[in-house]
Design a protein around this ligand. Sequence first.
Ligand code: GRG
Length: 296
Amino acid sequence: MDGSFGDRAAAYVDRVERCLDRALPPADLAPTRLHEAMRYAVLNGGKRVRPMLVYAAGECVGASPGQLDPAATAIELIHAFSLVHDDLPAMDDDDLRRGLPTVHRRFDEATAILAADALQPLAFGVIAGASELSAPQKVALAGLIAEACGSLGMTGGQAIDVGATGSLLGAAELEAMHAMKTGALIHASVMSACCVADALSDEETNGMDAFGRHIGLAFQIRDDLLDVEGATDVIGKRAGADAALGKPTWPALFGVEQSRARCAELLDAARASLGIFGDRAESLLWLARLIVERSA
Ligand code: GRG
């Protein structure tokens, strides 16, 4: 592994952008409005943190970028789907995402729902059609991602969020909601590398599993903090939206200082989880720091 992950991160982002572009139907293919909306939802910005986690976890467990492209692409397609639905009037009713009008604002609500609907099967199609993966690897990846976005993962977390809006959750409930809504897909991002790596020891798999859980939760607490401390033009979405909607968030329950302290604690726990990997964990640790220190 040469240089710091910072030098390689941009190359990984370019790599997944090219994969996403190839996976998405062309905008001039009928039904054109649907395909334009799908491309708009996926290709207009985004930090690509989840794909970077896939590639960094791959460096850690010895999986090649070519073996990781299907997981990085599929997970980012699912993430884009979740953002489109999250922004809809029935959910957070947001106008701005990644500094641009949300998909239902730029197109219309029905098109936004359908574009998101079509991103999900596209994601699983990418896994099914991956020529670089064996059949057992495809099954393992599809199962991992399905579990992360189902009713015990992202969708379930969102259901708890919607149901709890306007009320305060207890600490354990809030942590469980964050872990499901946001943490599950982040966790699946790092675990996807384990699905395509050569046999790992239980200790290595458990270390990656714990890392994914710690960093997934930290990601959402940092997101909650950015809603309080960030500026709309920097975070690319309306600052203060969570408080305006009465969302259950970490700062709303514990305040800003305790939220920062919890992020730092989770970063330490994430670092300790990867001890078994030694220097091979350098890229994941670089990303873990980025996740808890990011300003957007
Ligand atoms: C996708 C199966 C499926 C269901 C959708 C709507 C929904 C159910 C879930 C919402 C989940 C959600 C939006 C959680 C918030 C996650 C989060 C903090 C998103 C922001 O991620 P970033 O900062 O965004 O990585 P960018 O724009 O950089 O990609």
